[in-house]
Design a protein around this ligand. Structure first.
Ligand code: GLN
Length: 196
């Protein structure tokens, strides 16, 4: 079985662990460099990107994660996880640590206070069947991205799901809806890399 880690420093770790198990992977919580070295792919959960970034530094995971992303480790970030994969963040906290890897700039809490949370049905490129029911909670959007970044879904003109090679990110939280198609897509990305 494909072993996929969930970064377990803060955020909705359990929900991702459950979704990965349903999607056919063997989930594992990752809190340190040794655990990171033992997985074939990694999920960065939703939560608070500033807090997760600071904890990455404290737990000695920031540099190992950057190196792993550089080496081609498949990573899927949802919401706060999307922010962590960006090369830059607008409306972030000063000195908010990022992992980077995805050639995009995101805007934190982009949808604004009036719509702190909302739900939408989205067609996502690469996800077959009916639209995905997407839950947004103080979500970022992609403000700009490089040519190598494929936009998989938008809300209005704003990209909310993107992929660049081995890196996948969504502004929304598929782990909260019981629809595991996004996790299945990621499990397949990890499988493909294992074969390459
Ligand atoms: N607003 C959070 C942040 O900036 C992300 C919210 C979420 O992950 N649900 O990190």
């Amino acid at each position: 079985k494909i072993r996929i880690g969930v970064l377990a420093l803060q955020g909705d770790v359990r929900e991702h662990v459950r979704a990965l198990a349903v999607a056919g992977a063997e989930p594992a919580e990752v809190r340190g460099p040794e655990e990171l070295a033992a997985v074939d792919g990694l999920v960065l959960p939703g939560g608070e990107s500033t807090t997760i970034g600071r904890l990455l530094r404290i737990f000695g995971l920031l540099e190992p994660l950057r190196a792993a992303v550089g080496d081609g480790l498949p990573v899927y970030g949802s919401c706060a996880g999307m922010i962590l994969l960006a090369r830059d963040v607008l409306d972030g906290r000063p000195d908010q640590p990022l992992i980077g890897g995805l050639d995009m700039v995101v805007r934190r809490n982009a949808f604004g206070r009036q719509v702190d949370s909302f739900e939408a049905d989205l067609d996502v490129v690469g996800v077959d069947g009916p639209p995905m029911h997407a839950v947004f909670i103080r979500a970022p959007w992609v403000e700009k991205s490089g040519d190598g970044v494929a936009v998989l879904a938008r809300v209005g003109e704003h990209p909310v799901a993107v992929r660049q090679g081995h890196l996948l990110a969504t502004s929304f939280h598929p782990e909260l809806t019981g629809d595991t198609r996004m996790h299945e897509l990621f499990v397949e990305m990890v499988r493909q890399r294992g074969r390459a």
